[in-house]
Design a protein around this ligand. Structure first.
Ligand code: 1GP
Length: 257
């Protein structure tokens, strides 16, 4: 059965061409639950289409944060788990992801198997997603034992993306790593990957302004994720900057409808 959140994503993509997702990492060492709830609320007001919740390093139980964010916003909350600790029944859905260019089978299928019973029992909607790590990859690449794709070699991730599609994944995530320098995943790579698959490409890691976000959409990404930008700016300017970024993304998306 097609889940509600997947239906929301596909229908919105069809009518708007591109979506903006806001990533929140409720890590108690660097933020508070009140902060992430406020950022989520401001992101929704600015027009972001969904909230993703997760991170590579886990210093606490995410349950309470997920429950409070889900209660505070109407847009879907989607888990973006960095490990088996990232599962919570309080989200609307979860990306059931596999880090295909990891060198360690734990991150390809081990963690997924360990988390599967809890996921099945909670009945949370799952969206199968190939997670592809692009250089520099940052913390996620280190934790995930990845061999990140070289930024100037787009054919290799294109092959992985095609394999992911053939395996039945619903999304391919091109990830440069949270806080990556260089304006996100290179356009040539997004374009090459998008050219060879029918399923939507989602990308994130270093998209810190409207220009890079628009560039990602114009290259072929259906969904652009921002995390660091939100942490740094959304509370300070009450989401005004994000509103402009989402507007620019939607204008670029409209050209693809
Ligand atoms: C990280 O792709 C996301 O998983 C978001 O990256 O924090 O650089 O926006 P940023």
């Amino acid at each position: 059965m097609v889940g509600k959140v997947w239906k929301y994503i596909t229908e919105k993509l069809e009518s708007e061409g591109a979506l903006h997702f806001s990533l929140l990492d409720p890590d108690p060492l660097s933020t508070t639950i009140e902060n992430v709830v406020e950022i989520a609320t401001l992101a929704e007001k600015a027009g972001s289409d969904a909230v993703m919740i997760g991170g590579s390093t886990v210093f606490g139980v995410i349950d309470e944060a997920v429950a409070k964010i889900t209660e505070a916003v109407d847009i879907p909350t989607i888990l973006f788990p960095g490990n088996i600790t990232g599962v919570s029944e309080h989200a609307d859905a979860m990306f059931f992801m596999t880090l295909l260019n990891s060198m360690n089978p734990y991150w390809i299928i081990g963690a997924q198997a360990l988390a599967a019973p809890k996921i099945k029992m909670t009945g949370i909607e799952t969206i199968p997603m190939a997670y592809l790590m692009v250089a520099p990859g940052k913390t996620a690449a280190w934790v995930g034992d990845a061999k990140p794709f070289l930024r100037d070699k787009p054919k290799i991730p294109a092959m992985y993306a095609m394999a992911a599609e053939l395996l039945g994944m619903k999304l391919v995530y091109l990830e440069a790593g949270s806080g990556a320098e260089g304006g996100g995943v290179p356009s040539e790579m997004i374009a090459m990957v998008s050219k060879f698959i029918e399923i939507p490409v989602i990308t994130g890691g270093g998209f810190n302004d409207a220009e890079s976000v628009v560039r990602g959409v114009e290259a072929g990404a259906s969904i652009v994720v921002q995390g660091t930008y939100l942490e740094k700016h959304v509370q300070k300017d009450k989401g005004e900057g994000l509103k402009l970024i989402v507007k620019a993304l939607k204008e670029a998306g409209a050209k693809r409808v």
